[in-house]
Design a protein around this ligand. Sequence first.
Ligand SMILES: CNc1ncnc2c1ncn2[C@@H]1O[C@H](COP(=O)(O)OP(=O)(O)OP(=O)(O)O)[C@@H](O)[C@H]1O
Length: 161
Amino acid sequence: MILNKVYTLVFLRNEQQILLGLKKRGFGVNKWNGFGGKVEPKEEILDAAVRELKEECCMSVRKHNLKNIGNLQFTFEGEALMMDVRVFSATSFVGDPEETEEMLPKWFDYDKIPFEDMWLDDKLWFPYLLKDKLFYGRFHYQGYDKILNYTIQELNSMERK
Ligand SMILES: CNc1ncnc2c1ncn2[C@@H]1O[C@H](COP(=O)(O)OP(=O)(O)OP(=O)(O)O)[C@@H](O)[C@H]1O
């Protein structure tokens, strides 16, 4: 039995830059990533995405400005959990990013994304995000630093069958 857990991952973007956060504790510590976390029981995915963005870097976004651009599924050798990550992008948002207990936010130019300090999978699917393509990816990790196998595909729509 595989336990499926839904997570959010939000990227704020403008013409020149993308906002990433350095995770200061817990899962993915010391890696740059988008903002997000577990969807709580009975919580809607979009509400969770808005909540985590606010909690982690004090930025506000409206649900209708979050565009679902991807779905990533992660499994780890020997673990019965599948992380089902819903990826969102937004170009309309309010606030100035602030450091919190969980994240240190920073804007990055598109040609200076710190892939060497990110999850290994990020550099495999970021090209889709950067080209505004929708994507689905599945990654099977051994530990946190080795991908045993993966697939990625471009999608025509994010609708679920
Ligand atoms: C394995 N390869 C991966 N590549 C890219 N991104 C990944 C990822 N694996 C997890 N993520 C994201 O990392 C965050 C974890 O969130 P995480 O800290 O566990 O959640 P949450 O804040 O609810 O936890 P606590 O409340 O601290 O337990 C969450 O956005 C999730 O989408």
